[in-house]
Each structure stands twice: as C-alpha cells, then as structure tokens.
Design a protein around this ligand. Structure first.
Ligand SMILES: Nc1nc2c(ncn2[C@@H]2O[C@H](COP(=O)(O)OP(=O)(O)OP(=O)(O)O)[C@@H](O)[C@H]2O)c(=O)[nH]1
Ligand SMILES: [Mg+2]
Length: 348
C-alpha cells in the first residue's frame, strides 16, 4: 500500500462545521441538576479530584467552570485512560497543562496519569504516591470548610470527583475503595456511555488510615463552551468532535456517522492508516461513505430498502452500525495509542 502518496484533504471540516456548530447548544437537564448538586456539596469538600480523558488533555475542559466551582480548594487533575494515550507525550502534557492552569489562576496540586481499569494496581497508577498526593494536598486545606455536618463525627475529609461525562470518575472511585480499603464490589455504577451517574451520590469511603477519606461521585458536566474566546482560545468545533470521539457526549446527540467521519479525518491527518485493512479498503480515503461501503462488503452489513422508482427491494450499506464498529475499534485502542490534541501540544 502506497500510503505516502495519499494526499489528505480537509473534506471533513468543510462538510461538518455547520453540523457541529448547531449541536454546541446542547446541555441535558441532568447536568443542570448535577451542577446545582455539586454547588451544594462543595461547602463540605476539602479537595477536588478533577478527572479528564488523557487523550484530550486540552479539549473539553472548561476552565471558567473549574474556576467557579473550585475557588480556593486544592485540585488534583487525574488524566485517566492513560492506557490509550501515546506515553511519550506525558512530560509535555504535564508541563503545558501546569503552565496553562497557572496562567488561568488555577493552582493545580499535581497531575496524575491513571489507567484505572488495569488489573495490576501498580500499573494502574494507584501507588502509595497517589495517596500521598491526596494526603499532602488536604494538609493545605484553607479554613473555609463548613464542618457543621460532621460535628458529631470523627474528623474526616471529603473529596469531590468531578469532570466531563464518561472519563472514568465512577470507575476510579470503585477502584480506590477496592485498593485502599480492600472492599470488593462497586459502590457506584459505571458504564460505557456518557451520563451514567445522574446525581451527586452519598459519600463513599475510600480510605481509613492515616485519615478517613470520603469521595462524592458526581454526574459528568460538559458545558458547551466550545466557542473560541479569551479563556478558551483553542476550544473549537473540532475539539468538540474529539470529546465526542472519546464518548464524553452521547453518540446519539452527535450522530455516529459524523463521529466516524471525524475519526477518519483525524487518522488521515496523522497518516495512520491501520483503518484501511479494518474497513476492507484497497487504499486510504477521506470519504466516509466510501469507507463504510467497503466495510459493509467486508462485514456483510446491508439493510433492505425499497427503490421507489422501480418498486424493487434493494440492499444498502447499513451505515450506522458500521460507523459504530469503526468508532468502537478506535475506543478500544486498536488503532494504536493516540493524543487527539496533538496539534495543540505542538503549537502551544
Ligand atoms: N480504557 C480505559 N477505559 C476506562 C478507564 N477508566 C474507565 N474506563 C471505561 O470508561 C467508561 C466510563 O466509565 P465511568 O466510570 O462510568 O465514567 P464516569 O466518568 O463516571 O461517567 P458518567 O457517570 O457518565 O459521567 C467505562 O466503560 C469504563 O470501563 C481507563 O483507565 N481506561
Ligand atoms: Mg459516573
């Protein structure tokens, strides 16, 4: 396959900018409620664990929202799903994010890379060092916490886990409980779709010693702040699509074919052509319809439709499940490790 001769064109951007733009207004009701609930438990919170998807360290984080919610509390940023990230970018991501947060007056205690589903605890990143980062930051807690709720209780600390949908917040809570408290089972539900946690839950204990630590799980909040402005100079419709590709917005809201189209665009731009074999293509293409039509042949995915002119039943490629198959392959990491924000890191 002569991939080097393949010329990438920006067909995706021209075709879909309009479609993406009008979807930026979307903001589901449970997120509004989630935001209100977060506001209520914040006064009982000593430290914030912000969870984000490591493949999009810059896209989808709403710094205005973080500033508004976090105010003077210590914040630790967890970049989860690091098993899917190209590992060589970790140091650059860390330094550029630290700098960006500093410029935005957000004081990050630390950035931790986690692979929260790894079977091996050390490999997952839940070392004693991770616990130490949390414990060190709660020592710096300002004296503004309302402790009235706990006057009859033994001293304990509350951490609020927040972030956009589907980044692994609930998975991390279950795993922390499992690792540091040796408790099996799940205290909070997880799921592969965005919007699994619908409300701020009761406190979940994750550690007994040297301090009692409790976590509040919260629904994922993704505010539509993707328009470029002073505080978010790089947030754009393309970054919105990266969030969609990582499953942080329900696939149905954006449309699976549009997400697949963006995936094809991104893979081509990075000259990563593993998709060619997967979709049964003879060579790279930037046409999603052509790509999914070949996939229909390879996976025998057609659906019947009636040709209104001839009245004859014909077969058409079944685009939506094929788009889903393509996206799912990417989400499993089968097109390799990625940094979707690679252009941002190179130009920052
Ligand atoms: N590859 C990978 N998948 C992960 C990791 N952590 C969580 N997941 C998967 O990501 C999906 C979402 O996990 P949840 O824990 O439900 O995410 P959440 O942030 O609580 O989602 P909402 O409650 O919907 O906001 C699940 O399918 C998890 O198995 C990780 O480190 N790596
Ligand atoms: Mg959840």
């Amino acid at each position: 396959m002569q991939t080097s001769k393949f010329l990438f064109s920006s067909k995706f951007v021209a075709r879909s900018t309009f479609q993406v733009d009008h979807k930026l207004q979307w903001f589901p009701g449970h997120m509004r409620k989630g935001l209100r609930d977060i506001g209520k438990v914040l006064r009982r919170t000593h430290c914030i664990l912000e969870v984000h998807d490591a493949r999009i360290p810059f896209s989808g984080r709403n710094l205005n929202l973080i500033k508004r919610l976090v105010s003077n509390k210590p914040i630790i940023l967890i970049l989860n799903k690091s098993d899917l990230l190209s590992a060589e970018f970790r140091p650059l991501i860390r330094s550029q994010l630290m700098e960006k947060m500093y410029k935005n007056d957000i004081h990050l205690e630390d950035i931790v890379f986690l692979d929260s589903i790894a079977a091996n605890v050390k490999h997952a990143g839940y070392s004693n060092q991770f616990l130490s980062i949390i414990l060190n930051s709660i020592e710096k807690i300002p004296n503004t916490i309302d402790e009235s709720d706990f006057s009859t209780e033994e001293k304990s600390y509350n951490l609020l886990v927040m972030g956009i949908p589907n980044v692994g917040k609930s998975t991390i809570i279950n795993r922390l409980r499992n690792v540091y408290l040796n408790k099996a089972g799940k205290a909070t539900i997880i799921g592969a779709k965005a919007g699994v946690t619908k409300a701020v839950l009761e406190r979940i204990k994750i550690c007994d010693y040297p301090h009692k630590l409790y976590l509040f799980d919260t629904p994922g909040i993704l505010e539509p702040s993707f328009n470029r402005n002073e505080n978010n100079p790089t947030n754009s419709p393309e970054q919105f699509m990266r969030c969609a590709l990582c499953g942080t917005i329900s696939d149905e809201v954006i449309g699976k074919e549009l997400i697949a189209d963006y995936l094809l665009y991104w893979l081509n731009k990075q000259q990563r052509f593993d998709y060619v074999d997967f979709l049964g293509l003879p060579s790279p293409t930037n046409d999603i319809n052509e790509a999914l039509t070949h996939a229909a042949i390879k996976y025998n995915q057609f659906r019947p439709f009636k040709n209104l002119e001839t009245g004859v039943q014909e077969l058409k490629p079944n685009y939506i499940p094929l788009a889903e198959k393509f996206i799912s392959e990417f989400r499993k990491g089968n097109f390799g490790h990625v940094l979707l924000d690679i252009d941002i890191i190179k130009t920052t």
